[in-house]
Write a protein of this length. Sequence first.
Length: 520
Amino acid sequence: MIRTKASMVRAFYGALLFCVYADSSLLAQTSRPVSQSAPSRRLDTVKALSVVVGESVVLDCALPVQRVAVGIGDIAVATAISPSEILVSGKAPGETSLIIWEHGGVREFVAVTVHSSIYTDNDHLEAIRRELRQDLPGQTLTVSSEGGAIFLRGTVKDINSSSRAVQIVSAVAAGKVVNLLDVQVPPAEPQILLKVIFASVDRSLSNQLGINLFSTGLGNTVAGVSTGQFSPPTLSLPSSGTAVATLSNDLNLLAFFPGLNLGATIQALQVKGLVQVLAEPNILAQNGKEGSFLAGGEYPYPVVQGSSGTGTSVTIEFKEYGIRLNFIPTITPRGTIRLQVAPEVSSLDFTNAVEISGFDVPAIDVRKVNTEVELADGQSFAIGGLLDNRDTETFQKIPFLGDIPILGKFFQSISKNKTNTELIVIVTPEIVKPIPVGAPLPHLKYPAKFLPPNSGIPMNTPDMKPAGALPAPVPATMPVEQLIKAMQPEKPLLIDSSSSGSFGANGGGAAASPAPAAPQ
């Protein structure tokens, strides 16, 4: 005999209603009417009733019903439809209690359990599956319901698809969502190579012209003439009566006529300077990770600190200088590269040095840029440029004497300084791939050969892989929580430049306090 699905469902609900009515008849047999002559007698009975969401059951009572109460009205509702009949309807899955007060003081307690409808669950699950197929096409997902919870299983392509699937199920289903999805292992993050060009040209031109005249006794007169711009000789007349000229700065030309006791120091100098800096650092970093580069060094500088005693302590710290580059590349959804970049060029400037406790501390000439740009793969930007032209002229003369035609040039001095600085910084990001296994590696072309090795065996780092072994296979999928844990960022690498050492001096002894961290 073949039964259709509809006939099987009708048979199921017929059996269910039979059980309910049998239970109700048992309830009627158990709850016997109480005699009017004994109104104080009370008989409490407890029964069980199962109802399906959206269905109703009629309870027959042996005595007239006076009052009916349901514990949780959101789960089930009870209505007295006649003096001895009560209609119980299921509203939502759950458990509650039904209390019936009958004539004569008899109370009956009914434990009501409301089960979810098979058709309702199937409709909800089918709606969830339809939304998942529409939003996540081509991904194998299964949805099942058990005990009021929704279980989500299958394989998705990435973590975003997993989060979206959970959001869809949570929006449609009322129960708890259990995420049991597997995620395909993503490919390696792209590597970004940043090419930076530092080009700097510093030119300077200095012209100095001046004269100082002095006499050690011409016409029994000790005298000197100077504009003061260039240091003149110092004249003194000791007890012997012969004047003495002390040259603190003989400039670059000196003339003295013994017969006339007349001398002159002349400054006639032209200085040309040229400094060229060209650096092309290439830094490789992962998408969204920071990269840094430094080509230079560290110089020691003293830090004077007060002490509890009468003196002071001097500690030595180290500060970095040279060509520095810090950057963070990020690939945008548009396929471009958003770049946070901070290039810096610094050098020691001893012309503006200061002296602290006997230490000559040089100044630092710094040129740096800190900006954020967005470029496509292989595009370039000149993110920093500097064109600095300076012309400084200092002119001094002796009043009236310096205004005499021709001869007045002997009473004048002049100094001219011209500087020209040009700086340009160009950045070019590129998305690159590693060198394939077995491909030749780049090497420097050394001008001279090194000494041959002593052992004659090439350097090799042994590993656990036998010759010709293939790398370990990468799993295709893994649980989503395991992948999220594996993709968490590593602990940042911190480098303390002060670890290179510190020294102290306190009247010839070492300072007791440790040196603080070097400034960044």
